[in-house]
Every structure is written in C-alpha cells, then in structure tokens.
Design a protein around this ligand. Structure first.
Ligand code: SF4
Length: 179
C-alpha cells in the first residue's frame, strides 16, 4: 500500500511525548491561515512511499518511543495509515495522530469510513483541530494554538467521551533526568 508523504523526521521531540519518528502526510483540505506547512496542502505533491518502506525506517531509527502521523491531514489517507499503524502497534510503538479535524468531527467521519474508526482505535494520543492564528501560543506542548487539544484516544474511545491527556510533565521529568 502506498502513502503520499511530504517528509519524514527520524528523531523529533516536539511532535508528541518522547523521541518520535514523524511521518508528514501530503495533502490537506483545511487551508488554515498562517499554516507553517503550506507545502503539504497539494494532495498531488510530495513523494509516494510504500507502507513497508516507512516500517523499515522505524526499524533503523534507533531509540524511538513511537511514531507520529502529522501533516498535512493524516485522516485523508486512512486506509494505508491504518495498515501502518497496526504494524507499529504490534512492534510496541505508540502512535500520536495530528488532525485539522476535531475529535467530534472524526467520530462522525468514522461512522462512514471504517479506516478512520480503525485509526481512532489504534492511536494513543490525538492532537485535534485546525491551527487558529488568533489563538497562537508558543507555550503549549506539541501544538500551536490554544483551541487544539491533547486527547487520550485510548481512554476516550473506551469511555465514549473526550478524555484530555495532561501527563506531559511526567515525560518532561523523564527527559530532564536522562539529560
Ligand atoms: S491542518 Fe495543519 S497542515 Fe492543514 S492547513 Fe491547518 S495547520 Fe496547515
């Protein structure tokens, strides 16, 4: 299965907790004013990559805690991403998902798109919502504007309600001890 990819960062500490390999997906319908990744908007841009190729990168990535799907809009390519997500999970890697859609919008889309439902069930954290320039903040972990939420997907899907994730301090402490 193939994915349209804008880029790969093999070692990031700003796209979710811990050290992460980040896959930036190509194509985004949201067109947020002030977006820093406008090169990802065109769904025809970027590079085509096989899911197996990206899996291979995670094997040689060194000491990573997990993988992040960022964008662009990852949920525009749900089927190949779900295939990748399943393999990552079975290898013990956690999954952080970014989306310009809100969690509530994704739950609606999931009713007609099983791969979206599958991604929501497989992911660990979701950073949701569009980037809103008027709500820009440099003080928020892993996100750019105050409307965006850090959602514990595993707990939210089990509980049937939105559960926020507020444990970034534990990770900050872990990394400061190691550093
Ligand atoms: S969702 Fe993200 S990539 Fe898409 S336009 Fe908004 S900020 Fe840019």
């Amino acid at each position: 299965m193939k994915l349209q990819v804008a880029g790969i960062d093999r070692e990031s500490i700003v796209d979710g907790p811990g050290i992460r390999l980040v896959v930036y997906l190509q194509g985004c319908p949201h067109r947020c004013p002030g977006c820093h990744n406008q090169n990802t908007w065109d769904p025809e841009g970027g590079t085509e990559m096989e899911v197996s190729e990206i899996l291979g990168l995670t094997e040689t990535a060194g000491l990573i805690d997990g993988v992040t799907f960022s964008g662009g809009e990852p949920f525009c390519q749900p089927a190949p991403l779900l295939a990748l997500a399943g393999s990552l999970k079975s290898r013990g890697l956690n999954l952080v998902l970014y989306s310009g859609y809100t969690f509530e919008q994704l739950l609606e889309i999931a009713k007609r798109e099983p791969a979206v439902a599958g991604l929501l069930k497989t992911g660990w954290l979701l950073i949701d919502g569009p980037y809103i320039q008027q709500q820009r903040s440099l003080n928020l972990p892993y996100r750019g504007s105050r409307n965006q939420r850090l959602i514990d997907l595993s707990l939210s899907m089990k509980a049937g309600r939105t559960v926020l994730w507020n444990n970034h301090f534990l990770f900050d402490e872990k990394w400061s001890k190691i550093g």
